[in-house]
Design a protein around this ligand. Structure first.
Ligand SMILES: Nc1nc2c(ncn2[C@@H]2O[C@H](COP(=O)(O)OP(=O)(O)OP(=O)(O)O)[C@@H](O)[C@H]2O)c(=O)[nH]1
Length: 882
């Protein structure tokens, strides 16, 4: 029983010993992990600053990276965030300290012999952090170890080394505070062998070389482990756990004093051997002891766990930090890459606006190389188009918000101005003062130009450059508002050219365009610079006379416009004579809104046309009625064709030699449901202006063709009907000639059955007349003598008939002589002549005597229906016997 009890006690104490040894090992391992986390964390945060500086120096212009002043500026910027644990020094390529973040005078101190400098000269750590051996600082006399990085220019040239000396006291304090047991030793050892920091005995241990101790025997075998040895520093036997920090030349070593374990074990064995008598007592004591041991162990266990979870937390933070560091490093690299390769121009200035650096895209944009710009004021690059107020506004905005975005005209090296969209951002120092301004620029000259073009096209008339209808509407509303404020009336003037289409018809569209341009400049010259001239379209212009002080100004302007429009227009080799009709309305007198004013001015203008053109008219309420009638008539005319209200009447044309009806002129009439039979003069103008003339013209042509078929059957195949074609129809694309010919072919009618009556002026539209001639339709010149057609043109176009204007036919004396001259001339040219408007026997006799070929007029016959004409022809051709 006793031996069993002893065996139980011994085995219990042995188990307790093993457990304790394991516990000591676990404890040291936890320490190692926790301390490692702390060291890595601290080194990485210092390294981030080094990377930041290396990158900042990299983008500095070459001259500045060698300037102690600039470097001191740059380092001192961050200086405030450093505590006394570390600082940063920039060492030039020769090893001389140039500047330091503490602002200390380090000039002259040479670090060329330091390992952390030499490795970077040899470039054995490209792009990597180097950790130098611990040493006492040359100037500070503190115990330090060193982190350093090589600094290169953007082109890879060696610019120097940034070094952060770290005060080892920082680690000593942390290690000291982490120890909850004075048995424990914690050391940070440099990979080269020298102790950086150790507790306890920090003074003795600093820079002590451990490269030939058991630690390095173990380290050379494996990067982490546990071993037992007597410390060379304090001569105590310890269980040491160590770990080489991943990727860094640093080793964390934690030792636990082994003496207490040995002593406990020995004591337990002796007690166990004291005999059976003491067994129960022993068991009781041992029970209490082991309870105490367990209690102590439990306490420790809790502390280990706490420490362990702290170390895990640190590990986690470390991982996060590592990620953050990588991200930061990456984003710094990307920022540098972006700066160099961005398509957008970038410029960095100091707080006073002096350029520090620009990127290649900026050089491309401005034409200046970086070195030509550094040190100059950013302001100097702006074009003189921007005035001082503009810059004042920018500075005010930047100083208030730190930010400005807008468009600004710049001037390139070769003097060319270009527009950029610019974004200015401020970089502040740690005290919140502006430190740098970063400007991003992109050239928007082209974009702006095309936007402007689009805007111009949308708002201005391409031919004259005047505001178009859209812009006019905007101006009108604005001017009305102005009037509301100033209480000075405004006049809206509509100007429409008289018979402008004849210019197009006779001289061609190009000359018409020239005339419109000239009209635009004459109108602009008739008004004040504050008045607005617009072109609404076609030959329709408007003038807004704003803020009128004197009502007489409107009349004066209208008269001036009338005079200027009736002054001959020199269009190349031609001279055109036109006039204009003007409508005037007043705001606010005649209408309160823009639509009403526009309608009023249009009505007044239309009345001026009706009253004989070349005049101006003020709007009066009765005009509304007239316009209303006109509008109604237009909509009724639209339906007239479908409702079969149009009629064609035929006025016989007599062969003056024998009195026979040999031809007829087709004349259209509108059988209006309430207004009776309307003559062409009452609706053809409307048909032309509303675009209905083509449909009506085609319909008349078809009616005439059908009728001539019947009339030829009754009389002779030579019977002809003439149809009038208005100038408007000739301006059409010409495709309807083909339709007409097709129609004649369908009816098996010769093209010669139809005569096309045109005015003299139309004859000048040569190509279309030739097309007609080609189609073998005959041509008659209507109202001959009223226009100014050169005789040579008649011959040139193979005109078949001249119709003498009724005015000459009716006239006696000179008028008769003119008719005789026309007849003689026509006959010489092989052209036959029709006398129009014969109303009396005398006129008939005179024309017959003058040798005129054909006659037409009320004396001979009024226009009659197709059936009536058929009857008359039947009578004329009835066999003589009947
Ligand atoms: N050359 C030219 N002609 C145009 C342009 N725009 C419209 N026109 C023509 O301008 C003419 C305007 O015709 P209207 O005002 O109806 O007729 P008008 O001959 O001036 O006769 P009234 O106004 O009744 O005196 C039409 O023949 C259009 O084809 C243009 O840009 N250039």
């Amino acid at each position: 029983m006793a031996s069993l009890a002893i065996a139980v006690v011994v085995s219990q104490f042995h188990a307790s010993y093993v457990e304790r040894e394991l516990a000591v090992q676990t404890q040291t391992e936890h320490y190692v992990k926790a301390m490692e986390a702390h060291v890595i964390y601290s080194i990485q945060s210092v390294d981030l600053s080094l990377i930041g500086f290396a990158n900042a120096i990299k983008v500095l212009p070459a001259k500045q990276s060698q300037s102690a002043g600039t470097m001191a500026d740059l380092l001192s910027w961050k200086g405030s965030s450093f505590n006394s644990d570390y600082w940063i020094t920039f060492v030039d390529p020769k090893g001389n300290a140039i500047a330091t973040s503490t602002g200390d005078k380090v000039l002259g101190a040479s670090y060329a012999d330091r390992d952390y400098f030499k490795v970077h000269v040899r470039n054995t750590y490209p792009g990597k952090l180097f950790i130098g051996e611990p040493a006492v600082g040359k100037v500070s006399k503190k115990r330090l170890f060193f982190l350093s990085r090589r600094v290169e220019s953007a082109k890879g040239e060696f610019l120097g080394v940034v070094v952060a000396p770290l005060n080892v006291d920082r680690y000593i304090n942390v290690f000291q505070n982490s120890r909850f047991d004075s048995d424990i030793s914690i050391s940070l050892v440099h990979g080269g062998g020298k102790v950086i920091a150790r507790v306890p005995n920090s003074d003795q241990a600093f820079a002590r070389d451990l490269s030939s101790t058991a630690l390095f025997d173990n380290v050379r075998r494996t990067s982490t482990g546990t071993y037992k040895t007597v410390s060379v520093i304090d001569k105590l036997s310890r269980v040491f756990s160590y770990r080489v920090i991943d990727g860094l030349p640093l080793i964390i070593v934690v030792g636990s004093n082994d003496d207490e374990t040995a002593r406990l074990l020995q004591q337990n064995y002796v007690t166990a051997g004291c005999g059976l008598t003491a067994l129960l007592l022993l068991m009781w004591i041992a029970g209490i002891f082991s309870l105490r041991t367990y209690t102590r162990q439990e306490e420790r266990e809790i502390r280990y766990r706490t420490l362990y979870s702290a170390s895990r937390e640190m590990e986690r933070q470390l991982l996060d930090n590592e990620e953050q560091r990588k991200k930061n490093e990456e984003s710094m690299k990307q920022a540098a890459l972006l700066f160099q390769n961005s398509g957008e121009g970038m410029m960095v200035t100091d707080a006073r606006g002096q350029i520090l650096t620009v990127n290649p895209a900026f050089s491309l944009l401005s034409g200046y190389k970086e070195k030509e710009l550094v040190g100059h004021r950013a302001y100097d690059l702006a074009s003189s188009r921007n005035d001082k107020e503009f810059f004042d506004r920018i500075f005010e905005c930047v100083s208030k918000t730190g930010y400005w975005k807008g468009e600004i005209w710049q001037k390139s090296k070769d003097g060319e101005e270009y527009l950029v969209s610019m974004l200015i951002n401020t970089v502040h120092d740690d005290e919140g003062n502006p430190f740098r301004y970063v400007a991003l620029l992109s050239d928007i000259t082209q974009k702006k130009a095309s936007e402007e073009l689009i805007w111009r096209q949308a708002n201005f008339d391409a031919l004259t450059g005047l505001p178009n209808r859209r812009m006019f509407n905007e101006h009108l509303r604005l001017e009305m508002k102005k009037t509301d404020r100033s209480h000075l009336p405004m006049a809206l003037i509509f100007v429409d050219l008289d018979h402008f289409k004849e210019v197009n018809d006779t001289l061609g569209h190009d000359k018409g365009d020239m005339l419109l341009k000239e009209v635009a400049s004459r109108l602009s010259a008739s008004v004040r610079s504050t008045d607005i001239v617009s072109r609404l379209g076609g030959d329709e212009f408007t003038v807004i006379l704003s803020e009128l002080h004197n009502a007489a100004d409107v009349v004066r302007t209208a008269q001036d416009i009338l005079r200027k429009m009736s002054t001959p227009f020199h269009l190349g080799e031609h001279i055109a004579h036109i006039s204009s009709s003007i409508g005037i309305t007043l705001y606010p007198e005649d209408g309160r809104d823009a639509e009403t004013l526009i309608k009023n001015a249009d009505q007044a203008m239309y009345t001026a046309k009706e009253q004989g053109r070349n005049r101006f008219n003020y709007f009066a309420p009765f005009m509304q009625e007239a316009t209303h009638t006109r509008m109604t008539l237009v909509s009724e005319l639209r339906e007239a064709l479908q409702r079969d209200q149009l009629r064609v009447l035929y006025q016989p044309i007599i062969d003056l030699s024998n009195g026979a009806i040999v031809k007829a002129e087709a004349l259209v009439r509108w059988q209006h449901p309430s207004r009776g039979l309307l003559a062409p003069a009452e609706f053809i103008g409307l048909a032309e202006s509303s675009g209905m003339i083509k449909g009506i013209g085609d319909w008349v042509f078809q009616q005439a063709a059908r009728e001539v078929l019947k009339l030829q059957a009754i009389s002779s195949p030579s019977f002809q009907i003439s149809v009038n074609k208005s100038a408007w129809q000739f301006r059409d694309d010409g495709s309807n000639y083909q339709l007409w010919l097709d129609f004649l072919r369908q009816l098996k009618l010769s093209p010669r059955s139809i005569i096309i009556e045109v005015t003299e002026n139309l004859l000048l539209e040569s190509d279309r007349m030739l097309a007609l001639q080609h189609a073998h339709m005959q041509i008659a010149i209507d109202d001959f003598g009223a226009g100014n057609c050169p005789v040579s043109v008649l011959k040139q176009f193979g005109v078949d008939y001249l119709k003498i204007a009724p005015g000459f036919v009716a006239a006696k004396g000179d008028g008769l002589q003119i008719s005789e001259a026309i007849i003689a001339m026509a006959h010489k040219l092989g052209i036959q002549v029709v006398a129009e408007g014969i109303e009396t026997q005398q006129q008939l006799a005179a024309m017959t005597a003058a040798g005129c070929d054909f006659g037409q007029g009320y004396l001979l016959s009024k226009p009659i229906s197709g059936e009536e004409l058929e009857k008359q022809l039947q009578k004329q051709y009835a066999p003589v016997g009947k």
